[in-house]
Design a protein around this ligand. Structure first.
Ligand code: 13P
Length: 280
């Protein structure tokens, strides 16, 4: 179907309030599970491709596969680079036809993050590609909460958005990537201050392990895009292990188990995020 821009959908989502998930795909099985969930729920969606996946020799074929399959659906699917490392990698994604790129300069000084993000926005705009950047730093859940430094400062967010021209902003409000050691505590008060200071769609990374109440609270406080990855793959691995214990699926059945488990987890998030209410 004709694509509504992902940015327009995210602006709608923030106003609703609702959120569009970005699910990371690594191969055809995971991409199929994600696409089927979006199609069955009649939701606009984002498929994310990690920086490391961009280094694989077959990434161009993977992106072409997702694009081809998405074009046959009745829903708008956009492809976004996840945690782009630098200008070179963002250029690679733009040349492969991505709709959006996320540049992750969150490990840099704010000045360097700002300078590199502005350069990437400048490049991306020429191709009509949207840019997400991260201010503050979303760390690793394995070290949570020791790794919980660098929360997003609302005043810096205003300056960062104005000076870079970025379309979406990923914020650090207490989430982390991966499986949490301890139950995460989110700074929704801080999120509200950021959302009052900047009007663009805000993004939450580290969706795995949050409760439904936490999701609802951040979505009603300005988050319009939520990234989820680890849960999809941990769930698929566990489904495959159970099937193996129960007698062992054939090699040909393994992909279908992964696809169907990922689809079910994606469907769960689409329902929690109220995504199906976003007009396409
Ligand atoms: P999780 O793997 O914790 O869900 O985080 C995903 C993410 O933020 C990808 O950018």
């Amino acid at each position: 179907m004709p694509q509504k821009s992902v940015f327009d959908s995210l602006v709608l989502a923030r106003a609703m309030p609702a959120a569009i998930p970005a699910f990371d795909a690594f191969d055809a099985h995971s991409a199929e599970g994600i696409l089927m969930a979006f199609e069955e729920a009649s939701c606009p969606g984002l498929i994310a491709v990690y920086d490391k996946t961009m280094d694989e020799a077959n990434v161009d074929a993977l992106v072409a596969y997702i694009r081809r399959r998405a074009s046959a659906l009745r829903v708008s699917i956009s492809i976004i680079l996840d945690h782009g490392r630098d200008l070179r990698q963002c250029r690679q994604a733009i040349e492969l036809g991505f709709d959006a790129v996320m540049f992750d300069g969150s490990g840099m000084s704010i000045e360097e993050n700002l300078r590199q993000t502005a350069e990437i926005v400048n490049l991306a705009k020429r191709s009509g590609v949207f840019v997400e950047a991260e201010l503050g730093h979303v760390g690793d859940a394995a070290h949570y909460p020791d790794d919980l430094t660098g929360l997003t400062d609302p005043e810096s967010a205003v300056r960062f958005v104005e000076e870079t021209g970025v379309d979406m902003l990923a914020v650090a409000i207490g989430t982390a990537h991966g499986v949490y050691r301890n139950k995460p505590t989110l700074r929704v008060d801080l999120l509200r201050r950021i959302a009052e200071a900047v009007t663009l769609p805000l993004v939450l990374h580290g969706g795995t392990g949050l409760s439904e109440a936490q999701f609802k609270s951040v979505i009603t406080s300005g988050i319009a895009k939520v990234n989820v990855s680890t849960d999809l793959y941990v769930s698929a691995e566990s489904a495959i292990r159970s099937a193996c214990k129960a007698g062992g699926p054939s090699y040909l059945e393994l992909g279908a188990i992964a696809r169907d488990t990922i689809k079910a987890r994606c469907a769960h998030y689409l329902s929690v995020f109220n995504t199906r209410e976003i007009a396409q």
